[in-house]
Design a protein around this ligand. Structure first.
Ligand SMILES: Cc1cc2nc3c(=O)[nH]c(=O)nc-3n(C[C@H](O)[C@H](O)[C@H](O)COP(=O)(O)O)c2cc1C
Length: 180
């Protein structure tokens, strides 16, 4: 199946997550391409979509939430999975580990699931305002992305796509919200 992966990233770590999801889906025989939300194609030519964003002060970055809004109708017609990249390590000293808006985002496109994935922070690369916020919340420096968890989540998507292609009927269930 053709899967569109759309992401918004300020400092690149979410882009790396999106690429890893694409790689895992391609390993499973699906066509998958990752695009930055600001310049991503419409979902029309794809069988499924995965949309995610770096999380900043509890919210998705604008280009990702705008993409969901702009393409809500087309996204609602195909299977969609959402992910937020944010918490820095197990202790998660960030103001909000999971955006308040996650439920609304899921509802807006009838997403199958929303997952929160750990992120990365390189203080030396932050703009001044971001550096001040990071210092105020004592955000730790480091790359906390959990590649095994990212791959496992992507393989779950591949499983669902394979089951769908085989004609299996998924039980109607509320969107799953997990922290990987
Ligand atoms: C100013 C600032 C605010 C942040 N706010 C949150 C937050 O509210 N919740 C969270 O889980 N992570 C938060 N983080 C951590 C980022 O989401 C994390 O660094 C993420 O990997 C960034 O993605 P990007 O590199 O794709 O931009 C924040 C980071 C910065 C610099």
């Amino acid at each position: 199946m053709k899967v569109l992966i759309v992401y918004a990233s300020k400092y690149g770590s979410t882009g790396g997550v999106a690429e890893a999801i694409g790689e895992a889906l391609r390993e499973r025989g699906h066509g998958a391409e990752a695009h930055e939300a600001a310049s991503a194609p419409a979902p029309g030519g794809f069988d499924a979509a995965v949309v995610g964003s770096g999380v900043y002060v509890g919210s998705w970055l604008k280009p990702a939430s705008r993409y969901l809004e702009a393409h809500a109708a087309a996204l609602s017609e195909r299977p969609v999975w959402l992910f937020g990249v944010g918490p820095l390590g197990a202790e998660n000293p960030q103001p909000a580990g999971e955006p308040e808006q996650a439920g609304k985002l899921v509802d807006s496109v009838g997403a199958r699931a929303y997952v929160t994935l750990t992120g990365a922070l390189d203080r030396g690369r932050l703009g001044l305002a971001d550096r001040l916020i990071a210092r105020a919340v004592k955000a730790p420096d480091g790359d906390f992305r959990d590649w095994a968890a990212i791959r496992a989540w992507a393989h779950g998507i591949a499983d669902a796509l394979d089951a769908g292609a085989a004609g299996a009927t998924a039980p109607a269930a509320p969107a799953e919200r997990v922290r990987a």
